[in-house]
Ligand binder design. Sequence first.
Ligand code: AMP
Length: 139
Amino acid sequence: MTAYDPDNIFAKILRGEIPSTRVYEDDETLAFMDIMPRADGHLLVIPKTPCRNLLDASPQQLTAVIGTAQKLAKAVVTAFDADGVTVQQFNEAAGGQEVFHLHFHILPRHDGVAVRAPGTMGDFELIAEHAEKIKAALA
Ligand code: AMP
């Protein structure tokens, strides 16, 4: 498998080199809003240490990330009064992965509402509002 690229966009977010709308972090993980949200409240959970995806992650990285994913899944249900949550995770280009730092997508879902098509940039102010709702649900 290709080596981890320390200049991938999520590594730059972790180093604070490019902006992100952060909603949660602990020693091992970070959660921030997806800039092309496929549902209101769509966020990403990543480990703070490098790995490309599920295929090279350590058990410790996976344990930390899935623990934070569960915390954020519960928070989005509260924040958006959601009926369910979709968790997505892609591995390598053939598996649909575009950014090669392990991440889990968390999407709040409502009965009968489809996810939006991928690839459309979200409204920055709306994403910031949604982030505040999630942070309030975590508090
Ligand atoms: P994938 O690797 O297929 O899981 O997709 C990467 C995800 O990262 C997509 O949902 C993008 O919208 C999202 N994304 C890409 N760049 C950024 C960024 N700078 N901040 C937040 N999300 C991003």
